[in-house]
Design a protein around this ligand. Structure first.
Ligand code: TXA
Ligand code: MG
Length: 324
């Protein structure tokens, strides 16, 4: 693991891959103008090649270089939230190769809010950008530290830049403009009401019926640990923990509320308490799931979080991670 950003930029320029920190999760980057590096990303992640990659760049003035027909609402969101955990799906300009977009005419674009990511982009130069999916194997939990990237992708990545733990810890919010009204196709680091405030309420949440955009990877079982994960309401979690333990299962119970104190100490039950505050919870979530995945429990039992808008991305990821 390294901190040599100039060497990382040089590696990208010569067709290598670099994992780097962003404020959301670590990305696995390649220069969009290096076709062999783009194919390496799909190989390393074992990801189907029709799944589009997010293109990262450093400066608002480049937006029109990478996208065309940019709607007014997209400009408003970009000006308000970039750099930050927001990805806009826009019509791609012909400077974006279709290998990056999974063959689609749209491209996901984002200016990340992390000094290392921004420095890397600046050193690479203004006429190119970095395509970067999350730096995990297809279908697994996104990495939020350099050590997570190393554990999962090890020697397959050209270089890993270490920027410590990611501040947001969940992926960016993705907004599409394919519908008449801007549509959140993946909840993420920016809560829906913050977006709605900027657009005077003119934004909707995608569901099966209004989805006019193809977003591979946002609907399948995703973001999953290998240990079966089950969500359980606060009211039932104590009782359910005891039932599972009585069946002889070794479980870890992850809570956020004070129901924790009722869960008994038991040789089959481990307990872990998360923050009751959504930002801190989101920031801890993936690292916590990875940690307990390594400890080979029979099941991870997780207390269902609150349903308020700030918890939307967390509830979305937990739903996808649930095997039960
Ligand atoms: O926070 C993030 O967004 C992180 C960091 C590294 O920036 N990146 C990330 O990338 O989560 P990835 O590839 O793991 O997830 C990107 C999602 C995929 O579900 C993909 O289908 C969707 O974005 N996506 C990207 N470009 C798209 C496009 N042109 N049309 C529809 N969906 C797109
Ligand atoms: Mg991903």
């Amino acid at each position: 693991m390294h901190n040599n950003i100039a060497a990382a930029a040089e590696l990208l320029r010569t067709g290598g891959t670099v994992a780097f920190p962003t404020e959301t999760v670590y990305g696995l980057g390649a220069d969009i103008s290096a076709p062999s590096a783009i194919s390496k990303i799909f190989e390393i992640k074992q990801r189907p090649t029709d799944h589009p990659l997010i293109v990262h760049f450093a400066d608002m003035s480049q937006l029109q270089h990478w996208a065309k027909e940019i709607p007014e609402s997209a400009w408003k969101l970009a000006e308000h939230f970039w750099p930050g955990p927001l990805t806009l799906i826009l019509q791609r300009s012909n400077r974006i190769p279709t290998t990056v977009t999974g063959g689609q005419d749209t491209v996901g674009l984002r200016i990340p809010n992390h000094p290392i990511a921004l420095d890397l982009l600046k050193k690479l130069g203004t006429h190119t950008a970095i395509a970067a999916p999350s730096a995990n194997r297809f279908g697994r939990i996104s990495p939020t530290t350099a050590a997570h990237v190393y554990d999962e992708l090890g020697g397959t990545v050209g270089m890993i830049l270490d920027g410590g733990a990611c501040e947001v810890g969940l992926e960016s919010t993705i907004v599409s403009f394919n519908n008449d009204t801007p549509t959140i196709v993946r909840p993420g680091g920016i809560p829906p009401d913050a977006l709605a405030d900027v657009l005077n309420g003119q934004i909707i949440l995608a569901n099966k019926n209004n989805l006019a955009v193809r977003t591979p990877g946002t609907h399948d079982s995703h973001y999953a640990p290998t240990t079966p994960l089950e969500a359980c309401s606060s009211e039932h979690i104590t009782q359910h923990s005891l039932e599972l333990a009585a069946q002889g299962l070794r479980i870890v119970v992850i809570t956020w509320s004070n129901y924790m104190k009722d869960i008994p100490l038991n040789e089959n039950i481990s307990r872990f308490c998360m923050s009751p505050e959504s930002h801190a919870y989101g920031n801890q979530l993936y690292a916590t799931l990875r940690q307990f995945d390594r400890e080979k429990f029979d099941r991870i039992l997780i207390e269902t979080p609150p349903s308020s808008p700030n918890w939307l991305a967390i509830n979305d990821r937990l739903q996808r991670a649930s095997h039960l």
